[in-house]
Ligand binder design. Structure first.
Ligand code: SF4
Length: 327
């Protein structure tokens, strides 16, 4: 993993041929929930078969990609999830799986090849259900305990919809009890995948204080995976109602360091740019040849994408803080 990242980093800084080290692959847009901040289940997309994924995975490895993030929609609604994960392993990927875990019990034995789990948890049970719809919160906790017992790495992902300190403290306490860690990421607005635009009552100062609070908690030793550089970036963001902006003096490494692939096998620099830039169908074309190194925006606070950008712009501190979590 380290070597793949280093090659990607040098290609980016030397302006060489794009050599992403990581891909996120939405194997389906379908989902068993309807979260307030996500519109993906409403976007119909043909899905690749396992046989077509075999071709896709070969191409990704040839491109230099070693880390494969499987997400959706909800990836566990695909009945062939076990075959997909085994195929990814056969191709030698380090795999992560993002899931709401409501179907975990059905598939737990075929998930043994996953290297890293990301589990959605938006705060207290009341907050989680308000954001993500009626469901059994206890099922998620049971799945977390089973994954921890199987000695797999796991991070809870909290989408921050408002500066809710009660929910943040609840998740930090839960992470300590369950021996996991937690990543906080702001809700994204104005993208094809986003469920809504920014609310009028989103307060700049309160939101800034929320991110400051998390940085203090992290410094006190709370199990917060979000890197220090990431939290500082969020504290200093100019307007939380804007998730991404174009600044010609800054380069984004989306497309050069990582790519995002939709269920049909069409790739974008990142999921946030889907709908703003034309995708490249990887079943027909080669990413390194077709990608023009341009991105619709260059600075963002889109959760995991910001962490990836910091890996390239502040490699030393971010690698120490964040890459250790996925290696
Ligand atoms: S700044 Fe880069 S990573 Fe962020 S949304 Fe725009 S293209 Fe994606």
């Amino acid at each position: 993993m380290g070597m793949s990242y280093a090659q990607s980093l040098s290609a980016f800084h030397l302006n060489g041929t794009p050599r992403p080290f990581s891909a996120s692959f939405a194997i389906t847009n379908k989902c068993n929930l309807k979260c307030a901040y996500c519109d993906l289940p409403n976007i119909k997309a043909p899905e690749l078969s396992v046989g077509q994924m075999d071709i896709l995975f070969k191409k990704l490895r040839k491109l230099g990609i070693l880390r494969l993030g499987i997400f959706g929609g909800e990836p566990l609604v695909r009945k062939d999830i076990g075959e997909i994960l085994q195929l990814a392993k056969r191709h030698g990927f380090f795999t992560s799986l993002n899931s709401n875990m409501l179907l975990y019990d059905r598939y737990k034995d075929v998930l043994s090849s996953v290297d890293y789990f990301f589990v959605s948890l938006d705060g207290t049970p009341e907050k989680h259900i308000a954001n993500r719809g009626k469901q059994n919160y206890e099922i998620i906790l049971e799945s977390i305990r089973d994954i921890v017992q199987r000695k797999k790495k796991l991070t809870a992902i909290c989408v921050v919809t408002d500066p809710d300190i009660v929910s943040a403290d609840y998740l930090i306490g839960l992470a300590i009890r369950e021996k996991i860690d937690v990543h906080f990421q702001p809700e994204s607005y104005d993208a094809e995948c986003a469920g809504r635009t920014a609310p009028n009552d989103l307060h700049q100062q309160e939101t800034k204080k929320f991110w400051q609070y998390l940085l203090e908690k992290k410094r006190e030793g709370a199990p917060i995976t979000s890197s220090t550089a990431y939290l500082k970036y969020l504290i200093n963001w100019h307007n939380y109602k804007e998730s991404a902006v174009y600044d010609p003096s800054v380069r984004c490494m989306a497309g050069s360091g990582f790519i995002s692939i939709d269920p049909s096998g069409t790739a974008y620099p990142c999921i946030f740019t889907k709908g703003k830039a034309e995708g490249i169908n990887l079943m027909e074309h080669d990413w390194a040849e077709k990608f023009d190194k341009k991105t619709a925006c260059t600075k963002c606070i889109v959760g995991p994408l910001l962490e990836y950008n910091l890996l390239f712009h502040k490699p030393v501190s971010s690698v120490i803080d964040a890459l250790a979590k996925i290696n």
